[in-house]
Unconditional design. Structure first.
Length: 207
């Protein structure tokens, strides 16, 4: 069975979507660890409520390099035998120290239709503000593998929503989040069933 770690820095609504999907047996895996770089993140409370080990390592004030930090996180994951890492609102750019051991074994959900509106600085409300400003008629969410390029990894799944003229970043965020909550558990299901393969930098979803 696939052992899953979920990383979150905030409220953890995508974590909750994964927990609910796990409870409903929608994927063949178990969340064995919830990790946060923010000790008082609500995501940790969600984990404890679900009876899942919750671990925090504060990034603010951490003495050492980003690589040193990720080296400690890697050891935490290895100690739990983690097979898949799911980033769910984890507000840190990872270093190769953590990315390479989990290459094509680390997923992220992004609130836009990548490759549009991705990269450094494109997170949360910044994404939705940029979409509205660009007068896009469509947005959505993307689940992708994490690589060393920010939001540049192979795309696993995407789901779209219409952007209406009267939408605000706030109303768009609500619509996109609903898509995220559907896409992420499905992407995890496909991974756990061995149906996601990366070939020549692109994802192939097996039947």
């Amino acid at each position: 069975m696939t052992k899953i770690a979920v990383f979150a820095s905030g409220g953890g609504s995508n974590l909750q979507a994964l927990l609910d999907a796990q409870e409903a047996d929608l994927f063949k895996g178990r969340i064995v660890l919830v990790f946060s770089n923010v000790p008082d993140a609500k995501a940790l409370e969600r984990a404890e409520t679900a009876g899942i080990e919750a671990v925090a390592l504060a990034s603010k004030g951490f003495v050492g390099s980003r690589e040193d930090y990720d080296r400690q996180v890697l050891e935490i994951c290895r100690a739990k035998g983690v097979d898949l890492i799911c980033l769910a609102g984890y507000m840190r750019i990872l270093t190769p120290v953590l990315i390479q051991p989990f290459l094509h074994k680390m997923l992220n959900v992004h609130p836009a239709l990548l490759p549009k509106f991705g990269g450094e600085g494109m997170y949360g409300h910044h994404v939705h503000e940029a979409v509205i400003k660009a007068k896009e008629t469509e947005s959505g969410a993307t689940v992708h593998f994490v690589t060393e390029g920010v939001d540049a990894g192979p795309i696993v799944l995407q789901g779209s929503v219409k952007v209406h003229p009267n939408d605000t970043p706030e109303t768009l965020a609500v619509k996109v989040l609903e898509v995220e909550h559907l896409l992420y558990p499905e992407a995890v299901r496909l991974f756990c069933e061995g149906k996601v393969k990366v070939e020549n930098g692109r994802v192939k979803v097996l039947p």
